[in-house]
Design a protein around this ligand. Sequence first.
Ligand code: ADP
Ligand code: MG
Length: 284
Amino acid sequence: MSEKRARKDFTDGPLCLSGRGVTKVFGLGDKKTVAVDHVDFDFHEGEFVSIVGESGSGKTTLSKMLLGLLSPTEGEILFEGKPRDISSGRKKREYWKGIQAIFQDPFSSYNVFHKIDSVLLDCINMRGGRALSREKKIEMMTEACSFVNLKFAELTNKYPFELSGGQMQRLMIARIFLLKPRILLADEPTSMVDACSRATILDMLLDLRDETGMTIIFITHDIGLAYYISDTVYIMEHGKFVESGKADEVILSPKAAYTKRLISDVPKIHEEWDLSTVDLKAEE
Ligand SMILES: Nc1ncnc2c1ncn2[C@@H]1O[C@H](COP(=O)(O)OP(=O)(O)O)[C@@H](O)[C@H]1O
Ligand SMILES: [Mg+2]
């Protein structure tokens, strides 16, 4: 985890997902909560974006709107530069071919009665591979498992609950490898695993982006993780983006008081994430 990631500049690249004035209000009158408050964003193809904020800042609500599981109270979401239309079941299913998610608790994401090979087989079928030969399907599942350092042969007859948390999260990534969505949304995917699995999972997400060119939206409360992994960060406080930009710029020279506080809450950010290898002068 020590080398500094080569971060790319996506500013002029093709747009993948954008938002204009995206807002979500829960409840009415005195009981009203503005969970997401007029946020604007542009996520580009192949970009690794982190959305960072404390608990309650609106991250999960925003994720659900991005996934099309909640509709915005106000504002507009654009997919590949055009207004997103998920007004019918068919259009929603089409949209979900393009965007997939992995969540905090991998155990909640599986049907416990389905063996692992059928979990993976479903992904191949969903991608239109139903008619492929059995050999080809096994080859694809084996490749997906080896991408995340799992052995397909040892998993075929197991159920998801027979895996550890870290193995489950890796299986989630193997599913994404087979589904190949344009966008992966990962909401705190490493918060239930130990530090060692966390590093492995983060590296696998980076490999996945590098290999497939998918856009990854990584949701976290941990600005240290965001620094390690992302090209671009959006800092979220009380439903608003208080600051956004290239990870190096935002985290090495934060402007918003909230960002400064998040950084100061991670006193060892410089050591843990090895900022020591960064030439700070060159960054200015
Ligand atoms: N379904 C809901 N009904 C009412 N309030 C909600 C609902 N979901 C989230 N909230 C509120 O919206 C705010 C943002 O929550 P959330 O999006 O879960 O934040 P985060 O994921 O950053 O912790 C919080 O104040 C939360 O209580
Ligand atoms: Mg959340």
